[in-house]
Design a binder for this molecule. Structure first.
Ligand SMILES: Cc1cc2nc3c(=O)[nH]c(=O)nc-3n(C[C@H](O)[C@H](O)[C@H](O)COP(=O)(O)OP(=O)(O)OC[C@H]3O[C@@H](n4cnc5c(N)ncnc54)[C@H](O)[C@@H]3O)c2cc1C
Length: 497
């Protein structure tokens, strides 16, 4: 089996190196994957490489929401909210298995910003910004009605609440399923393949890439390059966009710890920030934080300060719940690749995206959100096609489903795939899973959903060893690597797990 996979991988790298591409994408997060899909569907010869696993970066570490961003309305950024609100519905349409409409209960207090009547108007405007029709209409609730939905909510100076609609997704699955579609349309993609550098002669870029599993180097020729390396963007030679990275964590606790109704999340206000409490099957996802970060993206980890801030917010909103560190099943941490001004200071349009022609044939793309990835991809591919002066088909990503219902069944979804050997085999054979962490963290989210997953790593490792033909040494090194990745989250794996 491993030979088959190694052969497949080698053949992809040879294909990448064997023809002159129209476009090489650096980075297989949601943005790069969206571009690869769009470009492939328009008939471009397209390649994509990711230095680590697909979705290894921010695209497996978000709040997992398809959302317009209600708080941007408060800042008057109507255009941004409109764009994301339309896109959340588009993603829900093309990938219904990865878009579960969710009501958000927003308790309103005397002191937390706008009065209830204004919030009621705000959420009605929010409905309209989805081109007139949100998943369901928003509405307001009295204090009594609010308590029927959220019996444990802090009632001190509570004025009532509003409920508006966004959707829950799985960020990593959305990325992987976008890539599955890209490949179906002819894209050549390879994970664990690092873009090193490139130079341009006679209108063609010659790029050096490295298979990081073997150390083997390849040369790829392409007419255009798109740098979609997320938090790593500035480290890629030729790039120009300046980023400001901010860190955000989430914790996962048992659903039974806090009473929330089925299909209803909670928006919690902490000072000027908003945190979410999101039902996720038998769990609750709670986050996020927003603090500046300036070290290596690979080294980002969950700090106890972050954990305590999130716990404090929950316990202020639900005073009888008394959530503690012991309640935490898992956590994750991600970096927002936000656009900065040239001097690195926060840009006023920090949540907007930017697509920049840096030099002939070289494009940078950054910022934006998971929710707007499809639009970002459409705009980028349209610009690239125009600048290359080639003819291409019209963009169809707004209409064409990501996968067929059969393809989406069983091994993709918002709630993790059932734990078992069959799933591991599927991901190794069909979804480019190379390391143990690829399966446990990104293909399935088991690490975040199943209590004390690190103690089961040896079992999953044995399944993966069988599927991929690993030697005992490889299995040992994979278990060690997974434990290292898990140690960046909270709770860290117990010794010997
Ligand atoms: C805490 C948090 C919560 C968020 N919540 C939401 C939300 O609920 N909804 C929403 O819409 N958005 C949300 N976002 C924003 C969203 O997650 C990001 O905008 C999006 O995931 C960025 O994707 P990307 O493809 O640009 O970057 P990434 O996903 O980081 O992808 C970049 C890729 O480039 C690869 N790479 C790096 N260097 C190289 C190289 N030399 N060669 C090849 N590949 C390379 C990396 O391995 C990585 O896989 C959130 C972000 C954070 C941090």
């Amino acid at each position: 089996m491993s030979t088959t996979y190694q052969e497949k991988r080698k053949s992809t790298l040879s294909q990448l190196a064997g023809e002159t591409l129209d476009l090489l994408v650096i980075g297989g997060g949601i943005v790069g994957s969206g571009v690869a899909r769009d470009a492939a569907m328009r008939g471009l010869r397209i390649g994509l490489v990711d230095r680590y696993d697909f979705a290894y970066g921010t695209s497996s570490r978000s709040s997992r929401l398809l959302h317009g961003g209600l708080r941007y309305l408060e800042q008057g950024r109507v255009g941004l909210v409109h764009e994301s609100s339309v896109e959340k519905k588009v993603v829900h349409k093309i990938a219904p298995h990865l878009g579960q409409p969710l009501g958000f209960m927003f308790p309103v207090y005397k002191v937390n910003g706008f009065p209830l009547w204004m919030m009621r108007i705000g959420v009605k405007m929010y409905d309209l910004l989805c081109n007139g029709k949100n998943f369901k209409p928003s509405r307001g609730f009295t204090v009594k009605e609010t308590l029927e939905h959220l019996p444990q909510i802090n009632t001190n100076e509570l004025r009532g609440s509003v409920r508006y609609y966004d959707a829950l997704t799985s960020d990593a699955r959305l990325t992987l399923d976008t890539l599955r579609s890209a490949v179906k349309h002819g894209a050549h993609i390879s994970n664990y393949t690092r873009f090193i550098d490139s130079k341009r002669e006679n209108g063609i870029w010659t790029c050096e890439i490295e298979d990081t599993l073997t150390g083997e180097k390849y040369t790829v020729k392409t007419r255009a390059i798109l740098n979609a390396a997320g938090p790593w963007l500035e480290k890629i030679p030729h790039s120009e966009i300046k980023l400001r990275l901010t860190k955000g964590i989430h914790i996962v606790v048992d659903r039974k710890r806090i009473h929330v109704d089925e299909g209803e999340a909670v928006t919690m206000v902490e000072g000027k920030r908003i945190l979410f409490l999101i039902p996720w099957g038998e769990r609750l996802i709670i986050g996020t934080t927003d603090t500046d970060y300036d070290a290596r993206p690979e080294d980002v980890k969950v700090d106890l300060e972050d954990i305590d801030y999130v716990l404090h917010t929950v316990n202020t909103t639900f005073p009888t719940v008394k959530l503690t560190r012991e309640d935490i099943i898992s956590s994750w941490v991600g970096l927002r690749p936000l656009i900065a001004n040239r001097d690195g200071s926060p840009s006023s349009t920090s949540r907007a995206h930017q697509i920049k022609l840096v030099e002939e044939g070289w494009w940078d793309i950054a910022g934006g959100k998971l929710t707007t990835y499809r639009l970002m991809a459409e705009q980028a591919v349209t610009k690239i096609v125009k600048s290359l002066g080639i003819s291409a088909k019209a963009c169809r990503t707004k209409e064409e489903p990501l996968l067929t219902p059969e393809e989406a069944a069983t091994y993709s979804g918002i709630i993790p795939t059932a734990y078992g050997e069959a799933a591991v085999k599927h991901y190794v054979e069909n979804e480019w899973a190379i390391s143990l962490a690829d399966v446990i963290m990104r293909r399935t989210s088991w690490h975040f959903y199943i209590p004390d997953m690190p103690s089961r790593a040896a079992e999953v490792g044995a399944w993966m060893a069988a599927a991929a033909g690993w030697t005992p040494e490889r299995l040992a090194s994979e278990l060690k690597h997974y434990a290292e990745e898990a140690a960046k989250t909270y709770p860290a794996p117990k010794a010997g797990a």
